[in-house]
Design a protein around this ligand. Structure first.
Ligand SMILES: *Cc1c(COP(=O)(O)O)cnc(C)c1O
Length: 391
């Protein structure tokens, strides 16, 4: 079969998603067009958004014509397909290369396996201290609270686990027992799946168990909910979260288009509750692998009071080769941020080591020489400066 998507090289991120010709998305116009009878109140209910997720690729045909590549992938992928109506409303329906569409809608390339790709690239299963608990670093653990997400990113590093329909997949009793009996654990990162898709009550159950452990100093939540399902960040959720400080939240954000008025309301509520917000961004080919787009994304994050934390090289997870670019491309992006914009806007670029070595920061070598205690350093413009060390 001839795949028309592959006949021409895909356009670059800059060409596909430049704000210059990308019309601003309008959730309102989308709602009026596709859900004319729905009230604003229902649209803004997270339960409505969740129960009306589009989970069948064929159903997407109601919103835009599928490309041959998307049609090929329908029904063949192991990672389920799901997107909230809200997130769909942010896509430019006329652009098959829309960056958000590219993240969520499977393509034929997903069915291929490239060199070095694996189902569990970070070998998380080797560090499983208890069911759904990964203990890789000395003082912190990763707790997989649920396998459910409101929308599934096609490049998900945990595609082996998520969306398998097992919901919470058994109790966390053993995980809590392990954390309680390992006094070196001072930081628990709750991830999944997306923990903010749990009910307030289920999430509070986890938070209160953890807060009850004296050596757990900080709790973190990793989530994409504030940008894919911002309606979930209700006053009552935030009121509950506030009771478990110090609590940090990391937001998975990949493109400036995600930063809408709805996302602003959600993130403001979290910030106003005193929750420090950080970001995690995956470097994605054709989606955000341009210095201009990445800079806009980092600026959006700061405007929404989210401190850029990590920029990840995309993991070599099975079927993700079409999302992956080179480490050099990531370094180039960082080089175009550092010094040219606020230091707060520059994330740490990391490769999560395949095989389970943890996150390895990648940076340009700024020390270019040394003599008699003098250190020669290169600044962001490429100029060399001498730093005299005390000997
Ligand atoms: C990323 C990660 C953490 C947290 O790492 P930080 O660098 O502290 O943010 C902890 N455990 C695992 C298994 C991880 O992948």
């Amino acid at each position: 079969m001839i795949d028309t998507d592959q006949a021409a090289p895909p356009p670059s991120a800059e060409e596909t998603s430049s704000d210059n010709y990308e019309p601003p998305s309008s959730p309102l116009a989308f709602r009026k067009r596709f859900y004319p009878k729905l009230s604003k109140r229902e649209w803004n209910s997270w339960q409505w958004q969740l129960s009306n997720r589009i989970t069948d690729i064929e159903q997407l045909g109601r919103f835009f014509p599928l490309t041959p590549s998307e049609k090929t992938a329908a029904g063949e992928c192991r990672l389920p397909f799901a997107v909230t109506p809200y997130y769909l409303s942010l896509m430019n329906l006329a652009n098959p290369y829309d960056p958000l569409r590219a993240c969520m809608v499977p393509k034929a390339e997903e069915l291929t396996l490239a060199r070095g790709e694996a189902v569990d690239p970070l070998a998380e299963s080797h560090n499983e201290a208890a069911p759904r608990l990964i203990h890789r670093y000395p003082d912190r653990v990763l707790l997989l609270a649920t396998d459910f997400c409101s929308a599934y990113c096609r490049y998900c590093t945990r595609s082996r686990l998520v969306g398998q329909g097992v919901g919470q997949g058994g109790a966390l009793t053993e995980a809590f027992h392990y954390i309680r009996s390992h006094t070196e654990i001072r930081d628990v990162l709750i991830s999944g799946g997306d923990p903010l898709t749990l009910t307030d009550c289920a999430l509070e159950g986890i938070l209160s168990e953890l807060r009850d452990i004296p050596h757990v100093e900080i709790i973190r939540i990793g989530t994409k909910v504030p940008v894919v399902l911002p309606q979930r960040i209700t006053p009552s959720l935030v009121k509950m979260l506030k009771r478990y400080h110090p609590l940090f939240i990391s937001i998975h954000a990949i493109h400036p288009k995600e930063f809408t008025a709805e996302a602003k309301l959600a993130l403001d509520r979290l910030s106003d509750a005193g929750i420090p917000l950080g970001s995690q961004t995956v470097l994605l080919k054709g989606i955000n692998d341009s210095p201009a787009i990445m800079k806009r994304l980092m600026h959006k994050l700061l405007m929404f009071r989210v401190r850029p934390y990590y920029l990840y090289q995309c993991d070599p997870v099975s079927g993700a080769s079409h999302f992956r670019t080179t480490v050099a491309a990531g370094l180039e992006i960082i080089a175009k941020l550092r010094g040219y914009t606020s230091g707060y806007a520059v994330p740490t670029f990391v490769v999560d080591a395949p095989g389970g070595g943890g996150k390895i920061p990648i940076s340009a070598n700024n020390i270019c020489g040394q003599s008699d205690g003098d250190l020669f350093l290169v600044n962001y413009e490429g100029n060399i400066f001498k730093y005299p060390q005390v000997i």
